[in-house]
Each structure stands twice: as C-alpha cells, then as structure tokens.
Design a protein around this ligand. Sequence first.
Ligand code: FPP
Length: 228
Amino acid sequence: MDGNGRWAKNRLMPRFVGHERGLNAVKKTVKGAMELGVDALTLFAFSTENWKRPQEEVNKLMSLFMLALQREVKKLHENNVRLRIVGDTSAFSYEIQQKIRSAEELTQENTGLALNIAANYGGRHDIVNAVKTWAKSNPELAIDDLNEDAISQNVALEDLPLPDLLIRTGGEQRISNFLLWQMAYAEFYFTDELWPDFDKASLQKAIESFQNRERRFGKTSEQVQNRC
Ligand code: FPP
C-alpha cells in the first residue's frame, strides 16, 4: 500500500492525513474484494523497516491500527471475514496485541474472505523463522532433511493457497521483503495510482490484467495450452 505520504504532500497536507485516507482505501478495497469473490487478500500495512520512520508517524500508524481494530472488526465478522495479522506482533502495545488476539479469535471460524494484515512483517525473517520452527519441532531430523515443503509448511499463511497476484501501488516496482517465499510464482502488477486513491475499480483492473496473463510455471506456452 504505497503512496499515502505523496498523496498528502500533493495536497499540502501532513503525511498522517495520507495514512487516514489510506485506511479508507483499505475499507473500499476489502469490500471490493468480497464483492469480486477474492478468496484471500493480504495487505502490507507495516514492515519491519517502517520503525525507522519519524516517531510521530509510527505513533500515528499505531493509532490507526488501533482505531481500525476497534471500529471494523465487528463489521468484518458480520461479513464472514476471517481476519489474521501476520508478522511479529509482540513489538506492538499490549492493547493492540489484545485487540488482535480477540479479533482473530472472533473471526477464526469464518469462511468468507481471508483478510490478512502484514504488520511488523518481513519476508526474510519469515523464512528464517520457518527453518527454526521446523528444526525445533523435528529435533530428530538432520539438516539434509530440510526441504521446500518443510519451509512452505512453516512460513506465514501456510494454510492458504499461494498468492496469485501481487499489487503494488505508488509507482514503485519492488517487492520490499513482502511474502518472499510465498510470492515465488505470483504475477506482479504495478500501478502509479497512490494507495489512498485505490478502490474496487482499481482492484478489478489489476485482476483483469492478471486474467490476461499466461502462467507457465516453467513449462512452455504449448504445454500450458494443451494442459500437459
Ligand atoms: C506506505 O505509504 C504506507 C504505509 C507504510 C502504511 C499503510 C497504512 C495504512 C494504509 C493505514 C492503516 C491500515 C490498516 C490495515 C489498519 P508511504 O507512507 O510509504 O507513502 P509514500 O511512499 O508516498 O511516502
């Protein structure tokens, strides 16, 4: 979700206004995703690197998470959304951690949209952590037993199908340590649109672009078209 700061700057407003509008875009996009029949949506809200931002901005982002958790969880639950926060939430305040726990518990049986918020998340850390979890839970195994399946089963969102599409707004064309393992075969879609302007129509455009691509997973075009 890139471009909140620039959106605000273009309007001579402080950066936090961009983040507030960014939260509006989150709501529009989540609603749009439900209406378009998306199974899972993961939003990168705060990276492990974002702590380096000015303290005032970090505080503002934390208050926005808190506000979103206070105001939106009931509505998400009523809409059968399963909410999960991925990332190291132990760095957040006790209040935020409590709200996260109760939101996840409340919505865990829901069968509609799987909405994941990546907060204090880093893809490299996720992979290292997966290896450690695997090693600790299989002390009888040797390093040569480690394989791709073992990592896949221990990274974040391991129970969901792998992401099909990565959308990055704000004109940057980077992955920025987001779901590195999980995105191995994802299609990438970059748009200059700034995150606060993103909505259902923007999401639909990204999905249409995805639908026009040929996913070969290493095979030839002929093999894919003949389904062999
Ligand atoms: C990147 O734009 C955006 C963020 C680091 C924060 C994203 C947060 C929200 C959209 C609001 C809260 C969301 C939830 C899910 C509660 P930027 O600040 O890097 O913008 P810039 O590239 O224009 O400076």
